[in-house]
Design a protein around this ligand. Structure first.
Ligand SMILES: Cc1ncc(COP(=O)(O)O)c(C=O)c1O
Length: 451
């Protein structure tokens, strides 16, 4: 029998249909079951086991194509750089390559995955505020097309490493434009008080440009900024672009140098829940690309090659996580906890910064989400919550619980806390499914254990 709702909570009778825009584009409800890309999520969970990440491949491809379409509509010369930190594996690298996009890596590990997938290093952008010497050497020796330099120490180190190898390494300098993006503090990166990049206001960015122009082994190609993540207000981009194009004009005046490549980072927000209304890729393309063009024209600057680095908006809504309901605890007058076979190890975002998620029961997807419950994980932390007090169908043990919008920053931020084996990743396409990352086993947990 279905569990009863928490009597103190107001049911809002939301349905799975309300989750259009949060679920993948291809999501439908058939015979009471949630389907994605023509695959029955309940049958899939029974066949593949849970917890499991499931992603709609065509949704990912469509997002990349939309970025290409709506940036190239405004300017022919724009690189779409997928930010691998959102979700990376070999299949993802190959997909990005097939869709004629570039790749942002932010560690030697991400670079190694990209190279092992055969990704063209010339189309890789390497990031990180503290790249180790080894990582810099790996980038240079692999022929990484663009290294985004974050500090004076790194600039000097890279110059020496590239020069001794007879290489003139293309470099972007990461600049913090001093703009407060309208988002959570943990994912704001463009403000002055940030560990990332060279501050504009203190004159550090200009010092870095002058040093980059002079240093051997460095080809100063241009500028990079990333003002934050999960940004809904496009005005944050417009404000930052005004500042950075102003800086380009200052570089032209003081150094006589044109910025050949301007990378405005990622950050476009996505819908995690019913009330979220993110900006479209079409509007983003217009604001970002048109603004750069207009600002450059107004200041008499040559319009540079451009680049944007979306991560979350490519993969977040392509993915869902499927769990099995294991226990249900009703605390009368307080709250109902539905515990699942995963939690903060596969999705840390709720515990880390109170991220909002929705939940639905995949085998009751045609029923209203008429109760309110908290979806809890199985780990030894009270903060191990996946969905805090959200609408859901009345749950039973053994139900398949689906949390949408988990394609970004869930698998990539997953852990083995409590020695939980990490879920695998399944990709769906045209009614078929395949593993692209297998589920870990206990042997994987012992792989690095030497004693
Ligand atoms: C430098 C850089 N580029 C791109 C991104 C991707 O941002 P998002 O996933 O919000 O699009 C990030 C995210 O942290 C970043 O740090």
């Amino acid at each position: 029998m279905a569990h009863m709702s928490n009597p103190t909570a107001e049911p809002d009778f939301k349905t799975a249909a309300d989750l259009a825009g949060v679920l993948p584009n291809s999501a439908t409800v058939e015979n009471g079951h949630l389907h994605i890309a023509g695959v029955d999520m309940v049958q899939l969970a029974r066949a593949a086991g849970t917890a499991v990440y499931v992603m709609d491949e065509n949704h990912i491809r469509q997002q990349l194509r939309d970025y290409l379409q709506w940036t190239h509509y405004h300017w022919k010369d724009v690189d779409i750089i997928y930010a691998g930190k959102a979700f990376i594996c070999r299949a993802m690298c190959r997909l990005v390559h097939e869709e004629n996009c570039c790749l942002d890596v932010s560690s030697g590990g991400e670079l190694a995955i990209a190279l092992s997938a055969g990704f063209d290093p010339a189309r890789i952008y390497a990031h990180g505020n503290n790249k180790t010497e080894r990582e810099l050497i790996e980038c240079i020796e692999a022929g990484v097309g663009h290294i985004v330099v974050d500090s004076f120490d790194e600039l000097d180190r890279l110059s020496a490493l590239a020069d001794m190898r007879g290489i003139n390494q293309s470099v972007l300098l990461r600049v913090t434009p001093g703009i407060e993006a309208d988002t959570h503090d943990y994912i704001k990166t463009g403000a002055e008080d940030s560990k990332f990049g060279f501050g504009l206001n203190q004159g550090l960015a200009m010092q870095a440009v002058k040093r980059a122009i002079e240093l051997p082994g460095i080809d100063f190609e241009g500028l990079h900024m990333h003002i934050g993540s999960q940004i809904f207000a496009l005005r944050s981009y417009a404000a930052a672009i005004e500042v950075i194009v102003g800086f380009m004009a200052q570089i032209k005046d003081e150094c006589g140098t044109d910025v050949r490549l301007l990378d405005t980072g990622g950050g476009l927000g996505v819908a995690y829940g019913v009330p979220d209304e993110p900006s479209s890729i079409k509007d983003y393309g217009k604001v970002v690309i048109d603004d750069i063009k207009e600002q450059c024209e107004r200041r008499g600057l040559t319009i540079p090659r451009m680049a944007v680095e979306p991560g979350r908006s490519i993969v977040a809504n392509a993915g869902v996580t499927l769990y099995t309901v294991g226990t249900i605890k009703e605390i009368p007058g307080i709250r109902t906890y539905i515990s699942v076979d995963g939690g903060m190890t596969d999705n840390i975002r709720t515990s880390l910064y109170g991220a909002h998620y929705e939940a639905l029961i995949a085998n009751k997807a045609d029923q209203p989400r008429s109760t309110t419950a908290t979806v809890a994980g199985k780990h030894c932390e009270s903060g191990d919550i996946v969905v805090a007090d959200g609408p859901i169908q009345p749950a039973d043990i053994g139900d398949i619980l689906c949390v949408p919008a988990t394609g970004a920053y869930c698998q990539s931020m997953s852990s083995n806390y409590n020695k939980q084996v990490r879920p695998g990743v399944i990709w769906l396409r045209d009614g078929n499914w395949r593993w692209v990352v297998r589920r870990e086993t206990y042997d994987d947990l012992l792989r690095c254990d030497l004693a």
